[in-house]
Design a protein around this ligand. Structure first.
Ligand SMILES: [Zn+2]
Length: 257
């Protein structure tokens, strides 16, 4: 490959052409003004792109990404993005979306120190070290990493909820909901992890993050949520025969037939 990146310019032209062909007003609309309803705080990982995984066009989601989707309350970058999104764009939802098998989170689990990344990950590393016995008690390495990925998201939603930007928005009655999600690269599905926070009261009612380490929340994909909703209205026998499969939603009642 040479010094220039002509292939990317070519792809850009092809993309703009496709967009205009499919929707002649697309770029005219984009040029007017952005009115996204969501702020996405995600990982810099190249496989987790907000618009793609949400199936949204440009203009629909305001994005901030950094390694391991950390909310540092002294980070001018994230605070500027947050202020702009909440105060000016008036987004209604702020989503912290991490992902399983996160390389940034993996770094918090290793003993080696000294890289700039270790400074960045310090709050997560401290949490891991505090609860080392719990995490190291998980025998499977990838399960241990995924567990820390989940706890990291919950911790970042809480830190977000403690920023004066969010507190002020809630205090003036602005409708603003915070969400904690996790994305699985292996199947492309987002899982809802929580917490969902829409007020200072909800934030302050949360159990401590230490308690959450000991009592994990089960992440729910949309498919699983739909399955639970579908079955919630059915009076099932005490001993439910068969199984509910997350993907196939199969419920076999062989024993009753
Ligand atoms: Zn990551």
């Amino acid at each position: 490959m040479g010094r220039t990146l002509d292939h990317l310019f070519d792809q850009n032209v092809a993309w703009a052409h496709r967009k205009t062909r499919d929707d002649p007003d697309f770029f005219r609309r984009m040029a007017e003004q952005q009115t996204p309803n969501y702020l996405w705080i995600g990982c810099s990982d190249s496989r987790v792109t907000a618009n793609d995984v949400l199936g949204l066009d440009p203009g629909a989601v305001f994005v901030h990404r950094n390694i391991a989707n950390i909310v540092h309350t002294s980070d001018l970058n994230i605070l500027s993005v947050l202020e702009f999104a909440v105060d000016y764009l008036q987004v209604e939802h702020v989503i912290v979306c991490g992902h399983y098998a996160c390389g940034g989170v993996r770094r918090a689990l290793v003993a080696e120190r000294g890289a700039m990344l270790d400074h960045w990950l310090q709050p997560l590393t401290m949490l891991y070290r505090k609860h080392r016995a719990v995490f190291d008690g998980i025998a499977d390495e990838s399960t241990r990493l995924d567990r820390l990925c989940e706890v990291n998201i919950e911790m970042q939603v809480r830190r977000l909820a403690a920023t004066p930007i969010i507190e002020n928005a809630w205090a003036r009655g602005q409708k603003l909901h915070l969400h904690g999600w996790i994305y699985a690269i292996h199947d492309g599905l987002i899982r809802d992890l929580g917490p969902h926070l829409s007020s200072v009261e909800e934030r302050d009612a949360l159990p401590s993050i230490d308690q959450r380490v000991l009592q994990p929340v089960e992440p729910q994909s949309a498919v699983r949520r739909q399955a639970l909703a579908a079955f919630s209205g059915i009076n099932l026998p005490e001993e439910m025969p068969g199984d509910i499969c997350e993907k196939g939603l199969t419920y076999r009642r062989e024993q009753q037939e």
